[in-house]
Design a protein around this ligand. Structure first.
Ligand code: MGP
Length: 295
């Protein structure tokens, strides 16, 4: 999955260092409970600890403190080349593997070809990963990156997705080859920065309360597709006005702040769609008429 990087020398070095540092166990050691005598209070030399902190900004090669994300994420991938192949998880390293969540029966066939690439929970690890994988513009047709919250598989059948839906936009390849990598990067940053559905992140239960379960970029022979998956989807009843508003807020943020389109812009055309929402239940009923929300 390693692509020739387009980064300049020092930036590339910093990103590689970020990745290897992220993958190694860099935690500052503190005495365990057993090492302390009963009743003994651990003395902490705050100055020494502060002096020992090296962030990626102060020391790009040897930093020992990472900036945590609101929640851990997992990147999944499939392409024609992964189909039917039992591939090892990459990279194999000291980085503790997050357990692969259960695959509900109905999703088994669907998940067979989707490979878990890596889990991460810090800004540094995200950039290390981002700078070392093939960008969407260079993927073959029929490939997908799925960036989902840890513990959620990128399938309709997952508990977190089964009552949900997705915002998506389809973009013709010929006009968007030069934009798609940035669009995907901004989409991922909005996901890990929890800006799609920001209000719950201010509360205690933050990530689990957020509507967002994951984001996807898909390459198809003639177009790209970006999708934002949500935990819930409005069913159209009046009592759900608040949910519909919140879902529409996600779509508007995606269209205007993440992708940079003006509010009233109409985007549909040959091979292109509007920014539109469809529940997973309606996606499953392929071909049948379904109500889409458009922003
Ligand atoms: P797709 O790749 O999301 O759509 O789903 P696309 O790109 O329009 O289709 P393509 O034919 O151009 O690749 C393609 C098909 O995969 C769907 O029609 C389903 O049959 C199956 N599928 C997609 N998803 C997201 C799921 C899922 O979550 N669970 C299961 N069981 N099947 C899925």
């Amino acid at each position: 999955m390693n692509a020739p990087s387009t980064l300049s020398g020092p930036a590339l070095q910093a990103s590689r260092a970020a990745l290897s540092a992220a993958l190694a166990d860099q935690s500052i050691s503190t005495p365990t409970e057993e090492e302390l005598e009963a009743g003994e209070i651990q003395e902490v030399d705050m100055q020494a600890q502060a002096d020992g902190i090296r962030t990626v900004f102060s020391d790009p090669s040897n930093f020992n403190v990472k900036h945590p994300l609101y929640s851990p994420w997992t990147l999944w991938f499939d392409s024609p080349a992964t189909k039917g192949r039992n591939m090892p998880q990459t990279p194999i390293s000291a980085f503790p593997q997050t357990p692969v969540p259960q695959t509900p029966g109905a999703a088994q066939g669907w998940m067979e070809d989707i490979k878990r690439v890596i889990g991460f929970d810090s800004v540094e690890e995200f950039w290390g990963l981002y700078n070392n994988i093939i960008p969407p513009s260079q993927l073959p047709p029929k490939a997908n990156y799925y960036l989902f919250k840890e513990g959620i598989i990128p399938a309709w059948e997952d508990e977190a997705n089964k009552s949900g839906g997705k915002w998506s936009i389809q973009l013709p390849k010929d006009k968007n080859r030069g934009n798609i990598d940035k669009m995907w990067m901004y989409t991922m940053l909005a996901a890990i920065g929890e800006t799609f559905d920001p209000s719950p992140t201010l509360s205690e239960s933050s990530a689990s309360a957020s509507l967002i379960t994951g984001v996807i970029v898909s390459t198809r022979p003639q177009f790209y597709r970006l999708s934002i998956w949500t935990r819930l989807a409005p069913s159209g009843t009046d009592e759900e006005g608040a949910l519909r508003e919140r879902i529409e807020g996600v779509g508007k943020h995606f269209k205007m702040s993440v992708l940079g389109y003006p509010e009233g812009a109409r985007l549909g055309g040959p091979l292109a769609t509007e920014v539109e929402f469809l529940s997973h239940k309606d996606s499953e009923k392929k071909g049948k008429t379904a109500k889409k929300i458009i922003v």
